[in-house]
Design a protein around this ligand. Sequence first.
Ligand code: PXP
Length: 248
Amino acid sequence: MNKPLRLYINVDHVATVREARRTDEPDPVRAAVLAELGGADGITVHLREDRRHIQERDVRLLLETVRTLVNLELAAEEGVLGLAGEWCPMQVTFVPESREEVTTEGGLDLDEAGGRLDEAIERMRALGIRTSLFVDPLEDAMERAAALGVDAVELHTGEYANARTPEGAAAQLGRLGTAARVARGAGLAVHAGHGLTYENAAPVAGIPEVEELNIGHSVVSRSVLVGIERAVREMKGIVEAARRQPAR
Ligand code: PXP
């Protein structure tokens, strides 16, 4: 039997709609309650330096209200690290961040971010916070991540999601599978996410080493049409069905 798979729902884009009018609706905190009712195993939010969607108030309220678990995505920068230290979420995922990007564009550059990350990881670990690094599915990145002492890696599924042909997607899925095995072999828990949709999530959910998926935009998009509880339930059905396939 495969390990169970956790589905974490990223509610950033509920806040994106709110911030389009700088008003108080829709509320990502209310969305999180409904996502949990739909079967979410955790709620993910990215507190960006530019605060373009999630605000500090959202994270504080989510930490008080979420019944599952909050995964806070953040850059290894003092401002957000200080807040994370104050809030002590159950899990932090370090992501790269630049102001110009539309969304997180690539995994962390562990060479460039090495020193800063090392310190940030140590700081979060000392507070008992589970740590994860968002990385491209490259074998050496798994070894580097393990050496940094994190609990988990989140494999960037963007290239898989953006593949234009079935062959391209199969090749990217192969990279994800290999990276997942190397990461597990190095003692890391394996998460995955970015660009996953109702159409492409199942094969990633079928990688036996992957134990957590982070999905945002596609579920929030569908929720505009069918409501977030149903949108989450449908995604949960897809990933659970993929998980029930026999392990290779
Ligand atoms: N994982 C990480 C590290 C991310 O930065 C994001 C986007 O915020 C996601 C997962 C979710 O990606 P998407 O919104 O494309 O599902």
